[in-house]
Write a protein that binds this ligand. Structure first.
Ligand SMILES: *Cc1c(COP(=O)(O)O)cnc(C)c1O
Ligand code: SF4
Length: 350
């Protein structure tokens, strides 16, 4: 996916102008055009936000390329180096400081691979690495070193996984993950979900995605079509980390997903300097439940190489959680969890 597509905006141009330029020729799928127009350089990201170029680090960018859609950049505060959205995507110098700490595969994905691209860690649920591509590169991502190129993708590539799911009657739920499954075009997702739906023991299909947070236009008519035509119960697990990520276009996307019959949940990651305060988490949870997205998990950072500086202590996490419980209805409080390889479920922090 990240194949050096032409960058449409000149340096110093406003985000609005760049977005307008990228949408001008009325493409067949607006979201794929948005992805093509996404920012793929820290230098350019900082220019658009009128920030000094010293804030980004070429070595970090070489470790894990920068990718951020203009629709997301538009929600950042120009001139603010501590913007909570910017810090999630900027390849900073801090990534280079703790390289001896952290693991390449912090949650034991490799060990839970049933066949290439199909992971099973927990009973009754299997996770399909649908694609390696994402709408954004999150600097704290626990799969930033995952050997995605080894995961088969596309309708032909998914066949062995479908066979394995068909053969294992204990599987009740299939999680489409990645990468981001919504990087795949709807005609292929339609084929994939129909094939899963045709397996009698599959009762639930779950889509783990950050795409609608980044490019809300991804919730287009062709996506709603396959979502609303499945026998299985459909869950979308979104990935919002901060209330400033939510604007009207995002709210509309969530409404559309709900109208197709999907249950909406959110998983966030607790990130130092980004959302590690009660105020920030409270604002996030309230914004989520106001659009009928239930906070599901608040994850402690997976100790991934290059992402260690985002870590928050369990003590602080628990303080925030206690505050959330005081202020929110029960359904508005996420579970604070950590993923530990070889445990039979995500582990509650208490
Ligand atoms: C997190 C995860 C799941 C889903 O776990 P839930 O607790 O059901 O949300 C399933 N498979 C793998 C490999 C996972 O990492
Ligand atoms: S969207 Fe998800 S998989 Fe992709 S980089 Fe971000 S956290 Fe990782």
């Amino acid at each position: 996916m990240n194949n050096g597509l032409p960058i449409l905006a000149a340096q110093g141009e406003s985000v609005e102008a760049t977005l307008a330029a990228s949408n001008r020729d009325d493409p067949p799928s607006a979201w794929s055009q948005s992805l093509k127009a996404a920012i793929r350089s820290g230098h350019r990201l900082l220019s658009l936000l009128s920030l000094p170029h010293e804030l980004y680090c070429p070595e970090s960018e070489a470790d894990f390329p920068v990718l951020v859609p203009l629709e997301y950049v538009r929600r950042m505060q120009p001139g603010s180096p501590d913007d909570p959205l910017l810090l999630q995507v900027l390849a900073g110098r801090q990534e280079q400081l703790q390289l001896t700490q952290g693991a390449l595969d912090p949650v034991g994905d490799g060990a839970s691979e049933v066949i290439p691209g199909l992971l099973q860690k927990y009973s009754h649920r299997a996770l399909l690495i649908t694609t390696g591509a994402c709408a954004v590169h999150c600097r704290y991502c626990f799969r930033r070193h995952f050997p995605y190129h080894e995961a088969p993708t596309g309708p032909a590539g998914w066949q062995p996984a479908l066979e394995a799911i068909r053969a294992d009657r204990s599987l009740e739920e299939v999680i489409l993950s990645g990468g981001d499954p919504l990087s795949v075009r709807d005609s292929s997702l339609d084929i994939l979900t129909k094939s899963l739906d045709a397996i009698p023991h599959v009762k639930r299909i779950r889509v783990h995605t950050r795409f609608p947070v980044m490019i809300p236009e991804r919730i287009c008519d062709s996506l709603l079509h396959w979502v609303s035509h499945l026998r299985s119960a459909v869950f979308f697990v979104l990935h919002f980390n901060h209330a400033a990520e939510i604007d009207d276009s995002v709210r509309q996307a969530m409404r559309r997903l709900r109208s197709a019959g999907a249950t909406l949940l959110n998983q966030a990651v607790l990130l130092r300097g980004i959302n590690d305060s009660l105020t920030s988490q409270l604002e996030l949870c309230k914004s989520l439940i106001d659009m009928q997205v239930l906070p599901y998990y608040l994850h402690q950072l997976d100790p991934v190489q290059g992402g260690m500086h985002f870590g928050v202590s369990d003590t602080k996490g628990l303080q925030i959680l206690a505050g959330l419980k005081r202020e929110l209805p029960g359904y508005g409080v996420p579970k604070l969890v950590r993923e530990i390889a070889s445990r039979p479920h995500k582990v509650d922090i208490c």
